[in-house]
Design a protein around this ligand. Sequence first.
Ligand code: AMP
Ligand code: ZN
Ligand code: FE
Ligand code: FE
Length: 284
Amino acid sequence: MSNTVDLHLHSTASDGTDTPAQLVEKAVQAGFTTLALTDHDTINGVLEAQQAAQRLGITCLSGVELSVGTHAEIHLLGYGLDVTNDGLHQFLAVMQRDRQIRLKAIVQKMQDAGYPVTWEELLVYAKGTPGRPHLTDVLIQKGIVKNIDDAFDRMIGKNKPFYVPRRKQTIREGVEVIRAAGGIPVFAHPGEFKMEQQNLSALIDYVCGEGVMGIECYHSCHNADTEAFLVQTARRKGLFITGGSDYHGTKKEGLHIGDGTKRWATATEDTQRLLCAISEAKQA
Ligand code: AMP
Ligand code: ZN
Ligand code: FE
Ligand code: FE
C-alpha cells in the first residue's frame, strides 16, 4: 500500500459506529500507521484511541472536527491538541449544549407534525456527541425513512421541512481555541462546497485570514482535480497539507478507512511537517 496515513476518522464519541479502540484496531489491520481521531465537537474518544494506538505500536494524533461559521458552516479540524486544556473543554461544552438545543427543536418540530419520535429514543443511539445521524437511526427504526440520505434529503437536511439551524461559533473562535490548546487548525474538505475554483480560492483566503493553517487536500469527497487545486493552493500559501477518509463506520456505507487518500503521494513528508509543528507548539 502506498499511503498509510488517515487523519480524519469518526468514532462512537460522535456519529461513527466503531468505538475509538475498534477503529484503531481496524486501521492497524488495514495497514495504517498514522491516524487522527476527529470526532464532531468532542475529544472524548481521543484517550481511548491513543491507548489502543500505543498498544498496537502506531501513532494516533489527538484531533477534533469543529462545526463553525456564522454564515456558512465550515468544518475545522484541530490536530495535536492538549486534551486537558480547560478552554477547549469549556468551548466544547458550549457546542454540546447548542447541539442539544437544536436537536431537541428538530424533534419537537417532528412531534408537532405528528411523527412519533422522542428525545429519549434519540439518546439510545447517541453514545457521545448527539447529531442528526442519531435522529436518523430512530427514523429508520420506525420505518419513517429508508436510510440516512433519505432522512437528510426529505426531512432534516438544510432547507428541508424539519431543519433547524444551530447557534455557531465563528471560524476565528474555533481557530483560537484550537491554537490555545496547542493544536493546528485545518480547513476540512473544502471540496464539499463544489465551488468554482475562483470562489473556492476566495473562501480559502478568507478562512486563512481567520488563522487557519492547513488545508485537507485529500478527502473521500474530493476528485483528482480538486486535490490538485488544493495542493497547489496550500503550497503557494505555505499551508499544511492533510488528508483523511472521513470514515464513519456503517454511518457512511461503502466508505473505508483510507478512502480519498490513495493519491496522497507526499503523505509521509506532509504528516512529518505537521507533527513537527505540533511538537514546536507544545514547547512554545
Ligand atoms: P449534525 O452533526 O447534526 O449537523 O449532522 C451532520 C452529520 O450528518 C455530518 O457528520 C455528516 O457526516 C452526516 N451525514 C450523513 N448523511 C448526510 C447527508 N446526506 N447530508 C448531510 N450530512 C450527512
Ligand atoms: Zn459525522
Ligand atoms: Fe466534516
Ligand atoms: Fe468528518
